[in-house]
Design a protein around this ligand. Structure first.
Ligand code: SF4
Length: 229
């Protein structure tokens, strides 16, 4: 029985995030090749309504042709030509109309590659000013059908801890202000936190700074790499 004055809040149902290793392979491909990722969002629009600046690169000509120039502003810390799409006074992306993305087929790369399961995977909390994303990230439940799934999960979490302790890993991004990019970087470097035995991964590798440096330079070559959101 709740104490007087306390409001009982119904727990939100879990969301199936899929097998961890399968998800991780998809996410690594999305980061490496800047390709879209299929996220079972349902009707959720948390990432479009959470006061997020969406990066649009100068190479995204199709996207740029579908966004009114007045809605774009120069992207901080990035070279000329990189822009961000802002948000309105409610924190909503201006391209979200009637709760749907009005440029879905032409949406920015940062939107096509965004997957809030990465926050769950890396154990990274988003800022208090993004409660809808925080709520959604807490609902995802990965499946761990094999030891390899658990070992990879632990490696991604260890990598996220490492990124928090080395915020200068990606100078083009203010990692302290972008929890999602902490998680993206953790996925990129998690291999350095694994040993390999036979066909499968094993836990407990001491990270090699050189391996981490190479992984970062290959997957985040600079401002034209993974969209910043
Ligand atoms: S461009 Fe579309 S998908 Fe991207 S934040 Fe805006 S409404 Fe959402």
């Amino acid at each position: 029985v709740p104490k007087p004055g306390y409001k009982q809040v119904a727990a939100e149902p879990d969301l199936a995030a899929g097998d961890f290793s399968s998800w991780l392979a998809q996410m690594e491909a999305a980061i490496r090749d800047d390709v879209g990722i299929d996220v079972p969002c349902g009707g959720c629009t948390a990432c479009c309504t959470s006061s997020q600046f969406v990066h649009v690169g100068p190479d995204e000509e199709d996207t740029l042709a579908h966004i009114p120039p007045a809605l774009l502003a120069p992207a901080p810390r990035l070279p000329p030509g990189h822009q961000v799409l802002g948000f309105d006074e409610r924190g909503h992306c201006p391209m979200l109309i009637d709760n749907r993305c009005s440029i879905y087929e032409h949406r920015p790369r940062a939107c096509r590659t965004y997957d809030c399961r990465i926050l769950t995977a890396a154990g990274v909390a988003v800022d208090d000013d993004k409660p809808r994303i925080a709520r959604q990230a807490k609902r995802w439940r990965f499946a761990f059908p094999s030891d390899a799934d658990l070992i990879r999960h632990n490696a991604v979490r260890a990598a996220a801890n490492y990124v928090f302790r080395h915020p200068d890993l990606r100078p083009e991004v203010d990692l302290s202000a972008h929890p999602t990019q902490v998680a993206v970087t953790a996925v990129s470097i998690h291999q350095a936190f694994l040993q390999h035995e036979g066909d499968g991964p094993a836990a407990g590798a001491e990270p090699d700074p050189e391996e981490i440096r190479v992984a970062i330079s290959q997957r985040h070559p600079g401002p034209s790499g993974q969209g910043i959101r």
